[in-house]
Design a protein around this ligand. Structure first.
Ligand code: UDP
Length: 327
């Protein structure tokens, strides 16, 4: 059995997956340029620092480390920035991934686990979005991920590259012992921002609109624990290794929570009230995004161990309390 290269292994999702792979006895290491990631997040795993667009370095790394599969998490992930600076998003998320895939071909590595997103669907046309939902992204970030999915399908047909795409809903939470967690700069995601408000690091949490067509008027999202996400990647690898078809799978909780429900849950976990300010809607936010992950359950045998919102927030809170400055 060869090793596993975790591209973007120093980032939020990559570092949790790297930890879980090693926990399961895989020989896994991180490849990261540390532009957004944190070297501390790889813990005691090896870190190859470099650019995925450096074809020679990637090819050499794949060969020297006898890599059997690449897990790819390295990407720019701010939807808003992708709208104002699409060039860097297409470069970083599409062109660089193409380089990585070609370095894999050159090194004879034929298995790819890809971090995709529900943003490839665009505006929802059904209540519980499944994998057959039409894919028509509404921002460049979603298009970059969609394009990589298309490239993978073509690489499968032409070169026999096997892949699993995992389309995440809202990744959240942290390692249960608080050793790694979410540290983005700037932070834009709801749960860490509510926690920052609870910690007094920001004056309040701004709720982007309370006039949506939902029970409490705030947007509903599908929050999924980072270790449950990570687990699905490993099951994706096993699926391919056992001869399973290349495919895309949703990863969500199936239970949507409104922005106000998230805030209330943080108040419960932390044990104190949080200042809330309702402001205008954020551009491009659908009222409700909830996934149907039945396919991952049936085909990959995936199940959630940290699924309820309270556990997600408790683990996030522990990380933020113990690492108030992040890594
Ligand atoms: N949100 C909010 N205030 C914030 C950040 C987010 O009200 O400061 C809302 C946002 O409009 C969305 C939900 O929280 O409905 C989740 O947003 P996040 O950015 O965490 O993830 P997204 O669903 O955009 O990927």
């Amino acid at each position: 059995m060869g090793s596993i290269m975790v591209a973007g292994g120093a980032g939020y999702i990559g570092s949790h997956c790297l930890w879980l792979l090693r926990q399961r006895g895989h020989d896994a290491f991180a490849f990261d340029n540390l532009a957004e990631g944190h070297c501390q997040a790889v813990l005691d795993a090896d870190l190859v620092e470099g650019s995925l667009s450096d074809f020679d370095l990637v090819k050499r790394t794949l060969k020297e480390r006898d890599v059997e599969a690449v897990f790819h998490f390295a990407a720019s992930c701010y939807v808003g920035v992708s709208v104002t600076d699409p060039s860097s998003y297409y470069e970083n998320n599409v062109a660089t991934t193409l380089k990585l895939l070609d370095a894999m071909r050159a090194a004879d590595v034929g298995t790819f686990i890809f971090s995709s997103t529900c943003a490839t669907y665009g505006n929802p046309v059904q209540q519980y979005m499944d994998e057959q939902h039409p894919q028509w992204p509404i921002n460049p970030y979603g298009w970059t991920k969609f394009m990589v999915e298309r490239i993978l399908s073509d690489y499968r047909a032409a070169y026999g590259m096997k892949y699993v795409c995992l389309r995440y809903f809202n990744a959240a939470g942290a390692h249960p012992e608080g050793i790694i967690g979410e540290h983005h700069d700037p932070e834009t995601h709801l749960i860490p921002l509510v926690i920052h408000a609870a910690q007094g690091k920001r004056e309040n949490i701004k709720v982007f609109g309370d006039d949506y067509d939902t029970p409490d008027g705030t947007c509903i999202r599908d929050y999924i624990h980072i270790l449950d996400l990570s687990e699905a990647h490993i099951l994706g690898l096993e699926h391919l290794n056992q001869g399973g078809e290349s495919a895309a799978f949703n990863l969500g909780n199936g239970a949507g929570y409104s922005v106000m429900e998230v805030i209330k849950m943080v108040e419960k976990v932390v044990g104190k009230p949080i200042n809330v300010e309702v402001v205008g809607r954020r551009a491009g936010d659908p009222a409700r995004l909830v996934g149907n992950s039945a396919c991952a359950q049936e085909v990959l045998g995936w199940k959630q161990n940290y699924g309820d919102l309270e556990t997600i927030i408790e683990t996030a809170w522990r990380w933020h309390e113990e690492h108030s400055e992040g890594f």
